[in-house]
Design a protein around this ligand. Structure first.
Ligand SMILES: [Zn+2]
Length: 394
């Protein structure tokens, strides 16, 4: 059998929920997996040693093509040997296509068949991003998993608008695939690894993205057209962009079980701990979200008894850890009172400690999810987790 960029194998299943082994050229990743977001080449507030240590043990993190392309720029990263070497991270990296960030610019962008024109938020310069440019940037970054360049429609987009957007995404997916394959042949990928020591061929893997907003017929058509082009994995995009929660869950429920069973399924940009469990229950394998890091910097902690706002005066002399059930180094050492003091004093350690705990909570929750699926207890685990999480005692 010829080697591929990634290999993927389901090792346990309960209902739609599955545990899988994802071998990339740099890391063996157990799924369902939560991928911390490293927007500009850093998971904000966290050292790479902490991400690698057993306490977090993140095997894969995200980089944002849009941000890295604008600053420091592709030339800098290529000259420094690719993103892995540039940032000092040997494990797996997934880069998004930049499509979502450009979409977030809203009125500041101009959309054409060819691609998107916009002004850089860094220096105001005119920029042009297309499927070809996105593939070129991601090859220069040398990430292990590359995302196709897509167009995201707003969650409440009318059918006609969502159809046009979904069709554009399908055409861009085909262009992404074609340019990606060329770049692999040309050797443009800076992250290439020797293929002799792994079951994979050392190349980048390309994932396709399903769009179609909240319209079931468009979602299914998008899925069919994306699968027809053929990708190493498939992602659900355009969720958590302003639609209601039930719409998001319905869309995942519609799509995930119909996505190719032998490929990893990735739900982009989602979400809260409850969303992760809901995604897993519907058959999703990979997640990323800025919540644990961004909320950590804003004084919000995730715990087994629900979110905790560390700014609250009720913690002024509270000598308990953030989460009694959390075994992380922050919870073993520090009290809520101290964390609240750090936050109020504007100490950078507040962000660092809250971010660490939040990442530990998300990553540990996924470890427990995998364990529950392996032992056939996931349905009960989900029920009990949500019950406690919503008890409001935190
Ligand atoms: Zn903790």
């Amino acid at each position: 059998m010829s080697k591929t960029a990634i290999s993927w194998q389901v090792v346990a299943q309960e209902g739609e929920a599955r545990v899988g082994l994802l071998q990339t050229r740099r890391a063996l990743i157990e799924t369902p997996v939560f991928m911390p977001v490293g927007t500009a080449g850093t998971v904000k507030g966290t050292r790479f040693e902490a991400l690698e240590a057993p306490e977090l043990d993140a095997r894969i993190i995200l980089g944002n093509t849009y941000h890295l392309w604008l600053r420091p720029g592709v030339d800098v990263i290529r000259a420094c040997g690719g993103l892995h070497r540039f940032i000092g991270w040997e494990r797996a990296l997934l880069t998004d296509s930049g499509g979502f960030q450009v979409w977030s610019l809203g009125a500041l962008r101009k959309l054409r068949e060819e691609g998107v024109e916009f002004r850089s938020h860094v220096d105001g310069s005119a920029r042009f991003l297309s499927p070809e440019v996105s593939m070129e940037v991601q090859a220069a970054l040398g990430s292990d998993i590359v995302m196709a360049f897509d167009e995201c429609a707003p969650g409440e987009a009318a059918h006609e608008v969502a159809r046009a957007s979904m069709e554009l995404t399908a055409r861009w997916a085909a262009r992404s695939r074609a340019r990606f394959d060329e770049l692999q042949r040309e050797g443009a990928d800076t992250g290439r690894t020797p293929e002799h020591h792994l079951s994979v061929n050392g190349e980048q893997a390309l994932f396709g993205i399903v769009q179609g907003a909240a319209h079931a017929d468009l979602r299914l058509e998008s899925l069919a057209r994306t699968v027809e082009i053929g990708f190493a994995g498939y992602a659900i995009g355009g969720l958590s962009v302003g639609e209601e929660k039930p719409v998001m869950y319905d869309t995942i429920e519609l799509l995930a079980p119909r996505m190719p069973k032998e490929r990893p399924r990735y739900l982009m940009g989602v979400g809260t701990p409850e969303d992760l469990l809901a995604g897993v229950a519907r058959g999703v394998d990979m997640f990323d979200c800025v919540l644990p890091t961004r909320d950590g910097r804003n004084g919000r902690a995730y715990t087994s008894l629900g979110p905790v706002n560390i700014k609250n005066t009720r913690w002024t002399t509270d000598t308990c850890p953030l989460d009694e059930e959390c075994a992380c180094s922050v919870c073993r050492r520090h009290t809520r009172a101290y964390l609240r003091h750090l936050y109020n004093a504007g100490e950078m350690l507040a962000s660092i400690l809250l971010t660490h705990h939040n990442l530990a909570f998300f990553l540990d929750t996924m470890r427990r999810v995998r364990q529950a699926i392996r032992s056939g207890n996931f349905a009960r685990f989900q029920r009990e987790f949500i019950e406690r999480y919503n008890s409001g005692v935190g």
